[in-house]
Each structure stands twice: as C-alpha cells, then as structure tokens.
Design a protein around this ligand. Structure first.
Ligand code: GMT
Length: 385
C-alpha cells in the first residue's frame, strides 16, 4: 500500500492560474488519501467549504510598533515551520519562488532536514521578477535550495536556465484539468443570455494585466464581428479593465461586449464560447487555453512562451506572431465559417486535454516527485550509516 503523506501547500490564494493549479492539486492529493495543509494568507478561492483531508492554516502578520512594514514573509516562514512541526509534514510544496521558496528555505532551516521542499515555477517570477538583479539572487537561492523544482512548460525551464543561470534538474509538470469538471457542458441558458440572436461567441479570461494584451482581444473581435455577427465575453478583471471598456465604447461595440468580472467557477461558462482568445505578450503556460480546450473550445492566440506546448497550431487552435490581430481574426473567420473544420478541431481539443493534460496523469507525476525526494533522503542516510 502506498504511503500517505502530510503535504503543506503554499500559493497565492487569490485569483490566478497558479492559485487554481495549487488548489486543484491539493484537492486531488486529498482525494488520494494524503493530508493536505494549505498555508496561505487567505482561503484559496477555489477551495471553498470542507474537504476531507484538507486543512487550512492562515498566515497572520505581526503588527509590532517598530515595524514600518509588517514582515509577511517572515510570518509565512514561521507559520510554515510551525505547521511542519505540528503536522509532521513530509513535503512543503510551494508555488512561486518569490517569496514562497525562500520562506520554505527559512522554514526548513528552523525545522531540520526531514522536511522536503518542492518548488513549482509558474512564470512571472522568472519572466518578470528575475529581470531585477537583486531579485534574481533571491530567486536563485530559493530554487537551488529546493529538494525538487518543477516548471509548467519546457519554455519556462529554458528561460529559468538562461535568465538565472540555473543548472540543477527541473522537472516538467504541465498544468492539468480535472476531467470531471472541465468537459463540454450544456450551456444553452448562457447562450440565450450572451448571444440572443444566435451570434458566435468569442471569449477572453484573464487578470487584465498589460501582458495579456487585452486591446488585441478587442481588435480581433472588431475584425471578426465585421464579417460574422459575434459577441465578446470578458471574464476577470484587473488594471487594464477601465481602458478596455473605454476602447469598446469608442469603437461603438458596447452592445456586443459583455464584462462579467471575476467568476469563481468558469467550467460552465467556458463551454458557451466558440473561440477563446489569448493574444498574450508572454505566457508560461496559458491555463485558460487548456480549460477551454477541455470544454471543446479552440484557442486563437500568440505563439509565445509555453502556449505552443498547450495549443497545437492547426489542430487545437491557431497561433500567430504576438500582436498580429489581422492574422488572428482571419483564423477565427476561417474556423467560424467552416462547421466541419470546427467540429474536427473541437473534438481534437477534448481528446488532447483528456490525454495529455488530465489530472490523473499529472497527479501521478507530482506524487512520484514527492516520493523521489523522500527516498533520496533515506538513501543518503543509509549511505552515511
Ligand atoms: O497570468 C497571470 O498573470 C497569472 C499567473 C499566476 O500567477 O497565476 O499565471 C502564470 O501561471 C499560470 C499557471 O501555471 C500559467 O498558466 C500562466 O501562463 C502564467 N502567466 C504568465 O506566464 C504571464
């Protein structure tokens, strides 16, 4: 019988792909019988409610009068160490090098050698933070002192090596979707709301950061809508939201564009889309493209970062140069204008999501990594004896 582990998970608990992946991972590990302890500053948004084998430990900052800024990172490290001792953690799995891998390094120093740290890199820590010299030394410290490091795409592994001069092993563990949640749903109720005259539906889901190039989404939509009557549905919110709304208004498209804001459960909403748009400047993986794919929705986006590892150009969507909104619109028109092609691509999407990115497969990879680092430790003890 397989050993049941005590696993601590730290992630950014608010909206974002990394938080989603970490939370779903925790839920699935708990289903497999492991005890999972989330150590975060607030309840991960996809966790919701009680789950067997899942425990939540809130990190609280210390409001000591001498502190100009409450030292959240130290509070997190202290909480990690406390939970590790009290719950006898085998593994501390942290998502993002900064600050989580560094906090885990401190916690490990407080607890002793038996705690193993696994760090998963999701992208922006490497692609954005590592550009700052002072940060890159810190990121390197977190990465090099983890017992295992995983990254969500080959492109991210390459970039981590190049930008940070990292030579250690990094495991590739793609993001995943739970096939019991992400599948083509009956979405007729949404279709009537979003596209009452039977228009095509284009969708974009993001945190509206500049890296997502939301302006390109509007531009692609404008071009498509000129030829095929369509609607655009935005899910999420963030810094570029107001500018996007203004742009939509100026283009006279307000009637055809819907801003739904933050939505916790997107599986049902995704099924209503005909096309997902992901024209990002950079994307280490593009979880939303995978979630859409699992619902049978092809993505049209940019050929950048890890997106080509998720979306196969010509098979499960189309990819163009970053910013080439004309080419993206042309591909969308080709796809929306050809039912046979659309059906074929939609089926290929479901097949690929289920086969290459299914929860069972990726879960096994994470479990194998956990057992590997624990066994490496035992082997080292035996060889010293
Ligand atoms: O894309 C974001 O701005 C959010 C960020 C996050 O922290 O969740 O997403 C990153 O991690 C996701 C999960 O691994 C990936 O799917 C996203 O591609 C990645 N974002 C970027 O690389 C910009």
């Amino acid at each position: 019988m397989k050993q049941r582990l005590n696993i601590g998970i730290t992630c950014y608990p608010s909206l974002g792909g990394s938080g989603v992946v970490a939370t779903e991972l925790g839920k699935l590990l708990a289903e497999l019988g492991h005890s999972v302890h989330f150590i975060t500053h607030s309840m991960p948004f996809r966790l919701g409610g009680y789950h067997k084998n899942i425990y939540y430990h809130e990190v609280e900052t210390t409001d000591y009068h001498a502190f100009k800024y409450p030292p959240y990172d130290l509070s997190l490290a202290a909480k990690m160490a406390q939970v590790a001792k009290m719950q006898n953690l085998d593994i501390l799995h942290v998502h993002y090098a900064i600050p989580h891998a560094v906090c885990a390094y401190i916690a490990k120093g407080m607890v002793g050698g038996s705690l193993k740290v696994v760090t998963t890199l999701h992208g922006t820590d490497i692609t954005i933070l590592a550009q700052d010299e002072s940060m890159s030394d810190l990121i390197r410290l977190g990465i090099n002192n983890s017992d295992a490091v995983t990254a969500v795409s080959l492109d991210l592994i390459r970039e981590t090596r190049e930008r940070l001069n990292i030579t250690r092993d990094i495991d590739l563990t793609y993001n995943f979707v739970d096939k019991r949640v992400y599948y083509p749903r009956d979405c007729s109720k949404y279709r009537c709301d979003f596209a009452p005259r039977g228009e095509k539906i284009l969708m974009h889901v993001s945190n509206f950061r500049p890296v997502k190039r939301v302006g390109d989404v509007v531009d692609v939509f404008r071009r498509v809508n000129e030829k095929i009557p369509s609607r655009l549905v935005f899910i999420g919110e963030g810094p570029e939201m107001a500018r996007t709304m203004t742009r939509v208004k100026e283009m006279g498209l307000s009637e055809r564009v819907l801003f739904l804001g933050k939505q916790d459960e997107v599986a049902e909403l995704l099924s209503v889309a005909d096309i997902m748009l992901l024209p990002s400047e950079k994307e280490s993986f593009g979880l939303v493209a995978l979630e859409a794919m699992a619902c049978g929705v092809p993505t049209i986006g940019s050929m950048t970062g890890g997106i080509p590892e998720v979306v196969t150009h010509g098979e499960t969507g189309y990819l163009t140069e970053v910013g080439d909104t004309k080419a993206m619109a042309d591909f969308a028109l080709q796809l929306l204008g050809d039912n046979e092609l659309y059906e074929r691509m939609s089926k290929a999407c479901i097949h690929r999501a289920r086969n290459d990115f299914c929860n069972d497969l990726i879960m096994k990879q994470y479990e194998d990594i956990y057992f590997r680092v624990l066994n490496e430790c035992k082997e080292r003890v035996l060889s010293v004896e």
